[in-house]
Write a protein that binds this ligand. Structure first.
Ligand code: PLP
Length: 385
């Protein structure tokens, strides 16, 4: 009976208008009706990426789009740099290794960002790098890498293309792909895009298209050249995720209703600050510094004296509040508070309030109401701006 309060960093809650859009009658993807839908949606979603390039829609999870970015641009034996600041950076390493690339790993401690100085230093001895891969928003740690600065370093210190995993960011974080010089930017539907899983979105710069054309990839289903060829006709090479594309159209409308993507991004910034100030008021440690804190997910250390599994289980069972645990070696040490997509300051107030109730049940010592008040102060001051 009670709704699950899904505060995960993906999948995330779906707006009613999006659900309704997805339940419309099915259409064929080889019709004028579909072409109109495709052209409208791919035009409207460009603002989420900050690009004038075509947005390609893959009927897949984010991983397939990351794999497409790898397999279309580089060939076995070629040298690449992968920046990893957490579990999803490691993911990129695994994909590249699986394809037989010579991977130079720029790994940071989980909870830290990769700075432009780190990357300049790392690139110094390397002269033959074909592509640099980075995660914009590291979902496992709540780090937002300084991607604009990293893009600048890649441009100025190498001839490589810059490929970015924006899966848990796009829709909730600033993105100016063209202006910053990102060559491939990828996202997935189930995070800040307010959709169910199953649709990946990908944009490619002119520079990266030249690399892709010269690469002669053997990829078939993930062949980006065929996606480009069909996109020119307002279609996809194979059957697309039609319902999700209808949902995406509604997502674009909702964002427009909010005042455009910059307003949506501002809301995420407010929610980030609400969560961070609430945790501080409860004397609960955050994994990351404010400087590189993600606007879409916050990694929070286990409240002192509590067993994390018991705490999260209690919140879920008694209050239907569903936080995500840690990944990899951070399992048991942190939990993740997702605040992306169809999530609002009122949801943060609700979640912090329920979290406080759970903390009281488990005899954690704090001043009741302190977290809610801190979050509310951030929210109210954002309204006065
Ligand atoms: N990259 C990041 C940053 C993610 O957060 C995820 C999923 O959580 C992925 C890639 C993989 O996406 P998918 O699970 O849709 O394949």
């Amino acid at each position: 009976m009670y709704p699950n309060i899904l505060r995960h960093p993906g999948p995330t809650p779906i707006p009613k208008k999006v659900e309704l859009a997805m339940t419309q009658d099915m259409i064929s993807h080889r019709t004028v009706e579909f072409v109109n839908l495709y052209q409208e949606v791919t035009q409207n979603v460009k603002a989420f990426f900050g690009t004038k390039q075509d947005i390609l829609l893959l009927p897949s999870g984010g991983t397939a789009a990351l794999e497409a970015a790898v397999v279309n641009t580089v060939s076995p034996g070629e040298e690449v740099v992968v920046i990893s600041v957490g579990a999803f950076g490691d993911y990129f390493i695994s994909i590249c290794e699986r394809y037989g690339l010579h991977v130079h790993k720029l790994a940071k401690n989980w909870g830290e960002a990769c700075t432009k100085e780190d990357l300049i230093e790392f690139l110094k001895p390397l002269s033959n790098i074909k592509a640099v891969f980075a995660t914009y928003n590291e979902t496992s740690t709540g780090i937002l890498n300084p991607i604009e600065q990293l893009a600048e370093v890649v441009r100025n210190h190498s001839d490589a293309i810059f490929i970015v995993d924006g899966v848990s960011g796009i829709g909730g974080v600033p993105a100016e792909m063209d202006q910053w010089g990102i060559d491939i930017l990828v996202t997935g539907s189930q995070k800040a895009m307010m959709l169910p899983p199953g649709l990946a979105l990908l944009a490619v710069s002119e520079r990266a298209w030249k690399v892709i054309e010269a690469n002669h990839s053997t990829a078939y289903y993930l062949n980006l050249l065929s996606y480009r060829e069909w996109a020119a006709k307002g279609m996809t090479p194979n059957t697309p995720a039609i319902s999700l594309i209808k949902g995406l159209s509604a997502v674009c409308d909702l964002v427009e209703e909010e005042g455009g993507i910059s307003k949506t991004v501002e809301r995420h910034e407010v929610m980030k600050n609400m969560v961070r100030e609430a945790m501080r008021a409860l004397s609960i440690e955050l994994l990351t510094s404010d400087k590189y804190a993600s606007p879409t997910v916050t990694a929070i250390r286990t409240p002192e004296g509590l067993d994390l599994t018991a705490f999260l289980g209690h919140l879920k069972k008694k209050y239907h509040l569903d936080f995500a645990g840690g990944l990899g070696h951070l399992q048991g040490e942190i939990f993740r508070f997702g605040h992306m997509g169809y999530c609002f300051p009122s949801d943060i107030l609700q979640s912090v309030s329920l979290m406080e109730a759970g903390l009281q049940d488990l005899s954690y010592q704090f001043e009741p109401g302190a977290g809610v008040k801190a979050a509310q102060d951030v929210f109210l001051s954002s309204l006065r701006k």
